[in-house]
Design a protein around this ligand. Structure first.
Ligand code: ADP
Length: 473
């Protein structure tokens, strides 16, 4: 699956919801604005219709529409929309105005009817009102006007319909302007909402990122439960599952290590016996071939015994064994002398110049003497095995606030890119000859970390060989 961010996913969903809400709000807002624009302009249109109706008079049974041309101009003046009117009478038909206006449904007498219609290809809002024309008094109505022709009859029976129509440009412009006026604050609101959602989501996800940091910062031996104080319920469930898994892993590791330690322990005695018998058989052999075969057998058993001894050392150095540690003040100088002496025969065998550089004063650290001796033994063993025959190996002890013990050789050295990997269990540099199974430095590392110290690998003196330094703090 692609590398998808939970924060981005949540924000995307929230963002989509907000944008849809905003769009719905804009549509609602547009139609509400249009509704109120219609209400306002409809009222104005009704007023205009009623004003026009004032100009309708019945004179001697004839319906007349008398409106001065100035008044008509005022009525029809509009920069945006086109305005139409028409006056018809039931008896005489067309009286005045725009003939093209469509016929509206019959309007109740004295009432008003609103409708939409199409005039000259444009949509218009239409208002129609029907009235009984007032009988004109003497001298009434003198301006421009029309007189319905036809039969003259009783004006009282006649009714007049006045229709006024107006195109819709003003209304939609007003609705659009209201909409646009609201758009800027709406978009700003959307921006603020997304920003707040970003902060909210980030805060909400913080327990998860804290959890990831906590797990990331652990070393592989730390299988202690992850603390779940202050976490949300959903995250607590996740942590509980992780802790279950850690507990199961912990007991599986523990069982595996115990099995390894037990097996190594059980193998020690029979192997010692095999070694003894191989030595005896070698001595008692009649032919050179038999002697060679028993010597090879002896060497193989020796290698197996060393592996077993290292596995046991590793088991002793596991963090689980920390409770069995016998921590006490250890003088690194004394330790270096004691362990160093054990390796003198081997150094002589290899014709190695084996030196010890120890300060006069005590260099005391707190540690388990047996484990620290194991650590130093492994480093010296490596230096003698991987260093050149006829070369030199030194054990150096330094005092001060951070006491150090180092083993330095002038052998082939360790490439920079391998200086971390050599501490992995069973890892050996490609081409490493001789005996060895890649556990020595893993043991060194475990013992050092049990003592809260670190192991540094650098080049030896004159940039040759290698130097392993255990730094105590
Ligand atoms: P082993 O010695 O049993 O192979 P170690 O864990 O002690 O395992 O060492 C791992 C590897 O590191 C060795 O195989 C070797 O290649 C390399 N190494 C260790 N010490 C030295 C050294 N002093 N000089 C050169 N290479 C070394």
């Amino acid at each position: 699956m692609a590398d998808r961010s939970l924060r981005f996913g949540l924000l995307l969903r929230l963002g989509v919801v907000l944008v849809v809400l905003l769009a719905l709000d804009a549509v609602a807002c547009y139609f509400t604005s249009l509704y109120f624009a219609n209400v306002v302009y409809d009222r104005w249109l009704i007023d205009s219709t009623r004003s026009l109706a004032q100009a309708v008079r019945a004179e001697n049974g004839r319906v007349e529409f008398n409106l001065s041309s100035a008044a008509l101009q005022v009525f029809q003046f509009d920069e945006v929309d086109k305005t139409y009117f028409r006056v018809t009478s039931t008896r005489n038909g067309y009286v005045a105005g725009e003939r093209a206006l469509p016929d509206t449904e019959t309007v109740p007498l004295g009432g008003v009817r609103m409708a939409y219609a199409s005039v000259n290809g444009q949509r218009v809002r239409l208002v129609a009102t029907r009235l009984a024309p007032a009988e004109a008094g003497a001298g009434a109505g003198s301006g421009i006007g029309s007189t319905a022709g036809g039969d003259v009859g009783s004006a009282a029976e006649d009714t007049v319909t006045v229709e006024v129509g107006e195109t819709l440009a003003k209304r939609s412009t007003l609705a659009r302007e209201i909409l646009l006026g609201m758009a800027a604050p709406q978009v700003t609101l959307l921006g603020i909402a997304i920003l707040l959602a970003w902060f909210g989501v980030s805060r909400g996800l913080k327990p998860l990122t804290d959890l990831a940091t906590e797990i990331e910062s652990r070393d592989q031996n730390n299988l202690a439960p992850v603390p779940h104080r202050g976490l949300h319920r959903e995250t607590r469930v996740l942590v509980a599952r992780i802790n279950d898994l850690l507990a199961r892993l912990g007991s599986a590791f523990h069982a595996q290590k115990r099995f390894l330690a037990d097996a190594a322990h059980q193998l020690r005695t029979p192997l010692a016996a095999v070694m003894l018998h191989a030595e005896r058989a070698e001595r008692a052999a009649d032919t050179q071939d038999e002697r060679d075969a028993f010597r090879a057998l002896h060497r193989s058993v020796e290698r197996a015994a060393r592996l077993i001894q290292q596995l046991l050392a590793l088991a002793r150095a596991e963090p689980e064994a920390a409770t069995a540690l016998r921590m006490q003040p250890v003088d690194l100088g004394v330790l270096a002398r004691r362990v160093g002496e054990e390796w003198i025969p081997r150094a002589l065998e290899r014709d190695v110049d084996f030196g010890l550089i120890v300060p006069d004063e005590r260099v005391s650290v707190t540690g388990d003497d047996r484990l620290l001796a194991e650590l130093l033994s492994n480093l010296i063993d490596n230096a003698l095995r991987y260093g050149h025959a006829g070369g030199s190996v030194s054990v150096i002890v330094e005092g001060g606030s951070t006491p150090k013990i180092s083993v330095q050789d002038d052998g082939p050295g360790i490439p920079l890119e391998e200086r971390l990997r050599i501490f992995e269990r069973f890892y050996r540099l490609p081409g490493s000859g001789g005996e060895g199974c890649g556990l020595g430095l893993a043991i060194v590392q475990e013992i050092a970390s049990l003592h809260g110290s670190t192991v540094e690998v650098t080049s030896g003196g004159d940039d040759r060989g290698s130097r392993f330094t255990v730094v105590f703090s």
